[in-house]
Design a protein around this ligand. Structure first.
Ligand SMILES: [Zn+2]
Length: 228
């Protein structure tokens, strides 16, 4: 976490204010300074109004915690009806030299996503949310990545027949998981698909289909999840 003090602004200040149970306006003013000093005094810290490593830790943020403001949806780009195990994804991501970590089952893992959603709706936790993922270039530091298994037509032979293959169980699990994550991070601003991270070539503020760098996740995530 970054160091905050009088005059700081932004999402991190909001997180701090929420932790201190004061108005979360994102502006580190006199009230926030007083609340920080009070917290520091109560916890035996140096009372300087500066939120550094020790103050963050006692506020409940271990060293590698991060601000999360996006959820990014992916597909595995595998054919409809085909199972794709976490072992297979792990092998693929290991081959691409994705960093290793201890997964939620306590095993060494390389999967770039935080969650997988299998065709039967099973949600499989992979990378701990506190760890930066490896799934959307330029967006990893501040996002959580969810991948549903599927995204290609059953007849696809070369990865071009993209299709929204989500089963009813996957759709239900996506909603459940997104709601759960949003309830735990009040900093989340939007839920998007991987393709929505494409560059806005004409600068009109909307990522249009011709601008998509890829089809993933093969459906329009923004309108579907904006009200969750
Ligand atoms: Zn993707």
């Amino acid at each position: 976490m970054i160091t905050l003090k009088l005059g700081s602004r932004g999402e991190e200040v909001k997180v701090l204010q929420q932790k201190l149970s004061i108005t979360a306006d994102g502006i580190f003013g006199k009230n926030t300074d007083a609340a920080v000093r009070c917290f520091q005094k109560e916890h035996g810290l140096t009372v300087d109004g500066i939120v550094g490593l020790h103050t963050w830790e006692l506020l409940g943020f271990p060293q590698d915690s991060r601000v999360i403001d996006e959820i990014i949806i992916h597909c595995s780009a595998t054919r409809e009806g085909k199972a794709y195990s976490s072992d297979s994804i792990n092998a693929a991501h290991k081959a691409r030299k994705f960093s290793s970590y201890i997964n939620m089952q306590g095993r060494v893992c390389h999967i770039g996503y935080h969650y997988l959603i299998h065709p039967d709706g099973t949600i499989e936790a992979c990378r701990p949310e506190s760890k930066i993922g490896c799934h959307a270039s330029g967006h990893n530091a501040r996002s959580i990545g969810i991948c549903y298994i599927g995204g290609l037509d059953a007849l696809d032979t070369n990865g071009t027949m993209i299709k929204d293959t989500r089963t009813p169980q996957q759709k239900a699990s996506l909603i459940k998981l997104i709601k759960d994550i949003k309830s735990r991070y009040r900093t989340i601003k939007r839920v998007i698909g991987h393709r929505d991270t494409s560059p806005d070539l004409n600068g009109n503020g909307v990522i249009e289909p011709y601008e998509f760098i890829k089809g993933c996740p093969c459906f329009d995530a923004i309108p579907e999840y904006k009200d969750l």
